[in-house]
Design a protein around this ligand. Structure first.
Ligand code: MG
Length: 251
């Protein structure tokens, strides 16, 4: 069942998501060769706690950290640790918060120093795919119009869409109905309505779309070892189109 949110609830979710957005901006500025993903995790947790929120990934189904840090061929759910970033790596930073009972969730992929043209193109196309999906997030459209727009843009660029993991509704739980796939035909699935809040999160691979989970039971990697990128926004559907709750507002 898709739970519609009131304007007051959406404002709480905006706060949760703005805390995520501010933390991601700080992490993006911190990322440099030689640092560990553990340092990024610690910084993220400090920012979230200082803002009066809770890092919602920590402890979720036993996940041990506040941040998901996924490097190069890692797609999502990478566990922060002692691994040091190297010049030329790309890293997906995925972060969630809970603020007064409401959840925020967003992700970016960033370059570590100078990266290859292919890595830059993959990141650009993945971010663009997210915004192509957000453009379709309007009252009266079908859910799969979002999915289709993401897939069409990524595949037109020669990349592949991860199908084993999808976006989701979000609200008083970190994952709610509906699932939001990043692929599919247009014009099917639920009709979008004001008050729906969705976390849209394309995971786009440079090579095959097949993925595997490592022995740590968390880290998802591409089967062919090629690069993967991931961008995510939490958006509310309103009468005036998508309200991107996790887009950083100047403050
Ligand atoms: Mg998510």
């Amino acid at each position: 069942m898709i739970i519609l949110k009131s304007p007051e609830e959406i404002e709480k979710m905006r706060i949760a998501n703005q805390i995520v957005a501010r933390a991601l901006k700080t992490l993006k500025e911190m990322v440099k060769p030689g640092m560990t993903t553990e340092e990024l995790d610690r910084a993220a947790e400090e920012i979230i706690l200082a803002a009066g929120a809770r890092p919602s990934f920590k402890g979720y189904r036993g996940f041990p950290a506040s941040l998901c840090a996924s490097i190069n061929s890692e797609v999502v759910h990478g566990i922060p640790g002692k691994r040091r970033l190297k010049e030329g790596d790309i890293i997906s930073l995925d972060l969630g918060t809970e603020y007064e009972g409401y959840y925020g969730d967003a992700a970016i992929t960033v370059a570590v120093g100078k990266v290859s043209p292919e890595a830059n193109r993959l990141m650009d196309v993945t971010r663009e795919s997210l915004y192509k999906g957000i453009e379709q997030a309007k009252e009266g459209k079908h859910l799969s119009d979002i999915s289709h727009a993401i897939q069409a843009h990524a595949e037109a660029a020669g990349f592949s869409v991860v199908t084993d993991f999808v976006g989701h509704g979000i609200g008083t739980k970190p994952h709610e109905d509906p699932q939001v796939p990043n692929y599919g035909p247009k014009g099917v699935g639920p009709i979008l309505k004001s008050g729906m809040v969705l976390a849209i999160e394309p995971m786009i691979n440079a090579g095959t779309h097949y993925v595997e989970v490592l022995d740590d039971d968390w880290t998802v990697v591409t089967r062919d070892g090629k690069l993967s990128a991931h961008f995510e926004h939490s958006i509310a559907i309103t009468r005036n189109g998508a309200d991107v709750l996790s887009e950083l507002v100047a403050y």
